[in-house]
Design a protein. Structure first.
Length: 410
């Protein structure tokens, strides 16, 4: 008799986006004449930078010649890409990262989801709330969640609220935790914390033997100087933090797939007997056993993101999205609605007016302005009463959506 992994039976259906799709489809079929604008999507819309396209075309041609053809590559990624990452993202900040501390992958979703494989099932996991759902769901799969409680929390997961009340700055947990997921700039709130705040987390992690899983997928959107672009800007972070970075939201690789994790050799975890164990070789073993490398063509495309032309084109894309963010932020603020994020991230997080629930606000926006966003409660209990709009739409649709929102009465 085959037994299933019963942790999977605990997983809730992907309620959020299927429920959004259901409501939008029902509205669209009842009102075929209305143009629905989607500002709920967390996916980029601009095409890939030409520098990346050119590099991938060239790599395709290499694959067509016997003398330049490549089969399996190193599971950890090609040195040509890792060297560019180190030279551009870390060395200029004085951060010393070794070639064998960077692992190229097919995405930060995979990396943040898979990293739990190398940590024991008895660890207590903390997440900020609201949160990117992958962190919670993969810990349910890994047997670290406990049971679902009324109100939507899991009994063994520690939730750290990030709301307007604490200015979206998470407090250090008072209970014992072993692993903490931090994501800055944050999805879904679009907010971030200062370097000084981040230092408190690193110091806490060092004092308490806690590992920080630091998701910096939106690093490219940081505009303020007091926000760290890498957790390794903080002294001692290499002893406690794994950093996840992605080419999805800077170079538009959401459909192309390339990311990397930095697992420093200084980072250790422990056996139940208290013996110190280096984490880097465990991740190397996991990665090289279960993953066979990001395609050569894709890695050449990612490498081109670091060329002068690639950097300039990416800067243009980020500027485009962040201008959208500004249009949304200012428009929503002019409506008298409290609005957060959108300065260091492509997400705008707003407090629903008149005490509306996240879903009531969703329905009002859809039916009266024909605009789709994402109900904050879908990202965790502390997201109730909030709503996420994204800056990834076209300029025209973004401006049109904002002018429609302004016609709403609350
Ligand atoms: N991490 C966060 C916080 C995200 O919001 C996303 C995508 O929306 C990802 C990771 C996924 O990144 P990737 O496309 O590299 O898998």
């Amino acid at each position: 008799m085959t037994l299933v992994n019963e942790n999977y039976l605990k997983l809730q259906g992907s309620y959020l986006f299927s429920e959004i799709a259901k409501r939008v489809n029902a509205f669209a079929s009842a009102h075929p004449d209305k143009k629905v604008i989607r500002l709920g999507i967390g996916d980029v819309t601009l095409p890939l930078p030409q520098a990346c396209i050119d590099a991938m075309h060239k790599a395709v041609d290499e694959m067509a010649e016997q003398s330049t053809f490549r089969g399996y590559g190193p599971e950890q990624g090609y040195d040509f890409l890792i060297e560019k990452i180190i030279a551009n993202d870390y060395a200029p900040k004085g951060i010393d990262i070794g070639i064998d501390e960077v692992f190229i992958s097919d995405g930060s979703k995979s990396d943040t989801g898979n990293i739990g494989d190398i940590f024991g099932a008895d660890n207590i996991v903390a997440v900020t709330d609201p949160v990117y759902p992958v962190y919670v769901d993969t810990n349910i799969m890994g047997g670290r969640s406990g049971d679902l409680l009324p109100g939507g929390k899991w009994s063994k997961i520690v939730y750290i609220p990030c709301t307007a009340e604490n200015n979206f700055v998470p407090s250090i947990p008072t209970e014992k935790v072993d692993i903490i997921y931090l994501c800055f700039p944050n999805n879904p709130t679009g907010t971030t914390i200062t370097r000084d705040e981040l230092k408190k987390w690193v110091d806490y992690a060092r004092e308490n033997k806690v590992v920080i899983l630091y998701d910096a997928a939106y690093e490219a959107y940081i505009s303020e100087p007091d926000v760290a672009r890498s957790i390794y800007e903080i002294a001692g972070a290499k002893e406690v933090a794994i950093e996840f970075r992605s080419f999805s939201k800077n170079a538009g690789f959401t459909g192309t797939r390339c990311a990397f994790a930095v697992v420093p050799k200084a980072l250790c975890a422990y056996t139940k007997g208290g013996e110190k164990v280096q984490v880097n070789p465990l991740w190397n073993r996991r990665h090289s056993t279960k993953f066979n490398g990001t395609p050569y063509i894709i890695q050449r495309g990612a490498e081109a993101a670091y060329s002068d032309m690639g950097k300039a084109q990416i800067a243009g894309m980020i500027a485009y999205y962040m201008e959208n963010a500004k249009i949304i932020r200012e428009g929503v603020r002019e409506m008298g609605i409290s609005v957060f994020g959108g300065v260091n991230a492509p997400y705008i997080w707003l407090k629903t007016p008149s005490g509306l629930s996240s879903w009531a606000f969703f329905d009002k926006l859809l039916s009266e302005a024909n605009v789709v966003g994402t109900p904050g409660v879908g990202f965790g209990p502390s997201g109730e009463g909030y709503f996420r709009l994204t800056a990834f739409g076209s300029r025209e649709n973004t401006a049109e959506a904002v002018s429609r929102l302004k016609t709403l009465k609350f």
